[in-house]
Design a protein around this ligand. Structure first.
Ligand SMILES: [Ca+2]
Length: 247
């Protein structure tokens, strides 16, 4: 039997070519941490603690108003690393972009908020199209207000929202040009019309401040944008919370 050679026969060259193509195909697969349908994932778990978040990398904002907002990775108050956002001298924002444009079907924006103080300072979610049109503007405040801006419409006055996680899901239906909002598994907006026709979904801008004292803050974790709306887990509601909702 002849010993194998590096050059090989035409048959073995074909085998090596097949192996090379298979390796290239494997190299092109998405990393194991992502999955089809996930347009953005920002968990902050791999970021240095107590350091400002970087801009433009994986799991980071695409841009930030660095003169007006501080965005620091912290190991509290959530169980895993999260982003603490506070204003400096004026309102400021961080922008998260998806890895591609979505122009049809549905988009779900999912995250957990944490307000440190019972105050009327807000976390504002501005949903923008690829042309920069504002499609939806939604405010959450530390004293429990959930309001649509322009035209102003208060959706909910939630009790005791500070000092605990506040799971948020915003669903955009690009086919019907409507949106829905859930907080803690409770739906507060049902298929409301978007402000303008959205050509394609592009980014979420998260803004802090405007009328807040300097240094007012909230934290955010597990920001995910999906091209599907997952089942919404409904949090068990105690009688105390039901009574508080209708006080
Ligand atoms: Ca995290």
């Amino acid at each position: 039997m002849k010993p194998p050679t590096c050059s090989g026969t035409p048959a073995s060259k074909g085998k090596w070519l097949a192996i090379l193509l298979a390796c290239l195909a494997l190299a092109c697969l998405p990393p194991a941490s992502s999955r089809a349908g996930e347009l953005l994932r920002a968990t902050f778990d791999d970021k240095p603690i107590d350091q400002p978040i970087g801009v433009g990398g994986a799991g980071q904002p695409a841009w930030m108003d660095e003169d007006f907002v501080d965005a620091i990775v912290r190991n509290e108050p959530f169980a895993t690393s999260c982003l603490e956002i506070s204003n400096t001298t004026a309102q400021g924002a961080v922008g998260f972009r998806t890895n591609n444009l979505i122009s049809e079907g549905v988009v779900a924006i999912i995250t957990d908020l944490w307000f440190h103080e019972d105050s009327d300072c807000y976390a504002r979610f501005m949903i923008l199209s690829d042309l920069g049109q504002m499609i939806l503007c939604l405010d959450f405040t530390g004293d429990g207000d959930l309001a649509i801006i322009e035209p102003l419409d208060e959706l909910a006055d939630l009790p005791d929202v500070s000092g605990r996680p506040l799971p948020v899901l915003i669903a955009l239906n690009l086919d019907s040009q409507t949106y829905s909002v859930w907080v803690e598994g409770v739906q507060w907006a049902v298929d409301r019309p978007m402000y303008e026709h959205m050509n394609a979904f592009s980014q979420v801008v998260i803004r802090v401040g405007y009328n807040c004292p300097e240094g007012n803050r909230f934290s955010i974790d597990q920001i995910r944008i999906l091209d599907e709306v997952p089942p919404v887990p409904v949090e068990p509601t105690t009688w105390g919370r039901v009574r508080a909702l209708f006080r």
